[in-house]
Design a protein around this ligand. Structure first.
Ligand code: ADP
Length: 244
């Protein structure tokens, strides 16, 4: 995917969540990791890329196309993408399978039999077939997040946006979700994720953007970013978070 941002700003009241970000990532990027301290603007930047927010000023292009700002066009753009957030956001009254089928039918307009087939093949791929008839309250956090990931990618999104997908999980649950995301990365799915999992980002991302206080501090290939950061701020951050 190519991503170009020019003077991109998102302001909430007095907070400049994304502050004048200009960036040009070439077409060869498949997995982009957004890294930086909490409150640095990762989630807001990701939401702008996914069309969940519109910029206060500036603009952003994905694959050369300027992202829309009109609600009707935004809805269309959004529905082509897949989203996964820190909290699983599954419908509590529906089974795991129904949670995947419902958006395929209601948002993407698929016929129910086709949606059911796809949902079943995705849960099989994610080793969740034993859980398809359970409701979210009968599933662990890790299982819920794997169902939410299956839901996010079932329609083969142009872009899969993952906002700290493992932050709410216990360590052993994290591993199962990260394994699936890694499998998606390897299968060629285009992904933008914000994460505090540095080992995962180093292994799976091909490009990294570091944001702090809304500003783009550094961007580069994952290899150069982790091996030889250019700024003291990134060097200091990495030495703190990679210490353990
Ligand atoms: P990160 O994902 O790096 O933790 P965020 O993008 O969530 O950072 O937040 C960046 C800043 O913008 C923070 O100060 C946060 O409190 C603020 N912010 C984010 N979303 C909103 C919102 N909807 N309303 C008000 N402030 C927000």
């Amino acid at each position: 995917m190519s991503i170009e941002a020019t003077g991109l700003c998102k302001v909430y009241g007095k907070t400049r969540a994304v502050d004048d970000v200009t960036l040009c990532l070439s077409d060869s990027v498949q997995v982009l990791a957004l890294i930086g301290p909490s409150g640095g603007g990762k989630s807001t930047f990701l939401r702008l890329l996914g069309g969940l927010e519109v910029p206060t000023s500036g603009e952003v292009r994905v694959d050369g196309k300027l992202l829309p700002t009109k609600e009707e066009d935004l809805m269309k753009y959004r529905s082509g993408n897949g989203f996964l957030f820190q909290s699983f956001n599954l419908f509590p009254h529906l089974t795991a399978l129904e949670n995947i089928v419902l958006p395929l039918v209601q948002v993407h307009g698929w016929e129910k039999p086709k949606a059911l087939d796809r949902a079943k093949s995705v849960v099989a791929r994610f080793h969740l077939t034993d859980h398809i008839d359970k409701r979210p309250c009968q599933l662990s956090g890790g299982q819920q997040q794997r169902i939410a990931l299956a839901r996010a990618m079932a329609h083969e999104p142009a872009l899969l946006l993952l906002d700290e997908p493992t932050s709410a999980l216990d360590p052993e649950m994290k591993a199962g979700v990260l394994d699936l995301i890694e499998e998606l990365c390897q299968s060629g799915q285009r992904i933008v994720l914000s994460t505090h999992e540095m080992g995962f980002a180093k292994r799976s991302a091909d490009q990294v953007v570091f944001l702090s206080e809304g500003k783009l501090i550094e961007e580069g290939s994952a290899e150069s970013f982790f091996e030889s950061p250019e700024t003291d701020e990134v060097g200091g951050f990495l030495s703190k978070v990679m210490k353990w």
